[in-house]
Ligand binder design. Structure first.
Ligand SMILES: [Zn+2]
Ligand SMILES: [Zn+2]
Length: 141
């Protein structure tokens, strides 16, 4: 996951908020959990941007306290989702769609695969983890 880290810049749909992630990975993950699907209408397609993230246009940033361990940011003007952030570490998982597409991006993993509804399924070969496997791997709280 640490290979191919680089700076990525992105912005929301209306342009009020720009984001700069100094150490963004190239691995794309999808989260199928019920919260992400309710938030965005479908699986959350994200890249790990670490904790070194600069957000410009903060007056338009809204942050929703979505659980004990994480919060979710979005543009209050256009509604674009900007991040899922783990409170303890400051780690940002940011929607891949914020950033310009590039050929280095690889769809690598799917999490909460056990919460994925049956009406869709990605054909990509990825590492798939259930909720229980995630908590076992990264620790729960
Ligand atoms: Zn916006
Ligand atoms: Zn999720």
């Amino acid at each position: 996951m640490t290979a191919n880290v680089k700076e990525r810049r992105g912005h929301c749909l209306c342009g009020a908020i720009t984001v700069t992630a100094a150490n963004a990975g190239n691995g794309v993950g999808a989260c199928h959990c019920g919260m992400c699907r309710r938030w965005g209408g479908g699986p959350y397609m994200e890249i790990n941007c670490g904790s070194d993230v600069q957000i410009d246009g903060e007056e338009n940033l809204s942050v929703f306290d979505s659980s004990k361990w994480a919060e979710r940011g979005f543009c209050s003007n256009c509604g674009t989702h900007l991040f899922y952030r783990i409170k303890e570490t400051g780690q940002h998982m940011m929607p891949v769609g914020l950033f310009d597409n590039d050929d280095e991006l690889v769809f690598r993993s799917q999490v909460f695969i056990d919460e994925k509804p049956s009406f869709y399924r990605f054909a990509n070969e990825t590492e798939d983890l259930t909720g229980a496997e995630i908590f076992a791997k990264y620790g729960s709280s």
